[in-house]
Design a protein. Structure first.
Length: 297
């Protein structure tokens, strides 16, 4: 099936419980209000629910992240079963545990899931390796089967990703414990220095080969802090020297008609740090890249 034929369903994940700045929880509501995601000549784009942490799970960040993750996994799986292309909008990056657990469950009978993780950070800590204890630094480790059972057991106890089907792009801020885990597992990391040396187009093509090889489908998880905060300030954890909006959009455009491309997420938008909706517009541009943009009046 041609991916371009599917409706894009936007699912919000309004949680800041996994991050030190809870304002990322305001991201989905702000992006919906700003109307940065819109119909195109070839695809219908519609918002579904904006999911929130259940009141009974607000007692601890771990409970909040796990509860929202379970809700999100179910919503993403249902969108896929209905024949749609889910675009998950965070919220802090801990929501990725729910997003890709839902995709994994949908694909499980057909084969493994591949995942391209575009981020300034590795997000591969466990409670044993992080000093801060912030859960938005743990989602990739959890998806690979490492970390607290409350996070790894969403939609089943098995790992949702195999290391050989995962790669990271744009990393430029990390800590020893998470780097050691990814190195031990053999996950391919394209750091920002390598991206600048080889060019994003070359790196992206190599990353795409990794996530496609031996998988039933692949997805892309984009933390907006992968972008350079000099251009896109409205992110949860800015790190200087990132990608430009234009170069990332150009790379994503190559996925536009790829039937194996099954879902995408855009996370860590912080409207309180944004200026003149610059970063909100960047989120819209990244969706435009995979769905031909409509003419704006």
């Amino acid at each position: 099936m041609n991916r371009a034929a599917r409706n894009i369903v936007v699912i919000g994940a309004a949680s800041g419980a996994g991050a030190p700045d809870p304002a990322t929880a305001e991201g989905p509501d702000a992006l919906r209000r700003y109307r940065v995601f819109h119909d195109t000549p070839l695809q219908h784009v519609e918002w579904d629910a904006i999911l929130r942490v259940p009141r009974e799970a607000e007692d601890t960040p771990l409970h909040a992240v796990a509860a929202l993750g379970a809700r999100l996994a179910a919503a993403v799986e249902q969108a896929l079963r209905d024949g749609h292309f889910p675009l998950v909008v965070g919220g802090d990056h801990s929501c990725a545990i729910g997003t890709w657990s839902g995709v994994h469950r949908m694909l499980a009978t057909r084969g493994p899931l591949g995942l391209m993780w575009i981020d300034a950070h590795m997000d591969s800590h466990t409670f044993a390796t992080t000093e801060s204890g912030q859960i938005h630094g743990m989602p990739l480790a959890a998806l690979l089967g490492h970390g607290d059972a409350a996070l790894t057991s969403i939609e089943g106890a098995e790992a949702k990703l195999l290391p050989e089907h995962v790669c990271l792009i744009g990393v430029r801020s990390f800590e020893a414990g998470e780097a050691a885990l990814l190195h031990r597992l053999g996950v391919r990391v394209f750091g920002m220095d390598e991206v600048r040396e080889r060019g994003l187009a070359t790196v992206f093509a190599e990353a795409l080969a990794i996530v496609r090889r031996g998988t039933a489908g692949f997805g892309v998880s984009i933390d907006l802090d992968a972008l350079d905060p000099a251009e896109e300030p409205g992110v949860g954890t800015p790190v200087p020297g990132g990608l430009s909006r234009a170069e990332l959009a150009a790379a994503l455009a190559g996925l536009r008609n790829d039937a194996a491309f099954v879902a995408m997420e855009i996370v860590e938008y912080n409207p309180r740090r944004d200026r003149r909706h610059l970063t909100a517009d960047a989120a819209g541009a990244l969706l435009d890249a995979i769905a031909p943009p409509a003419r704006r009046s």
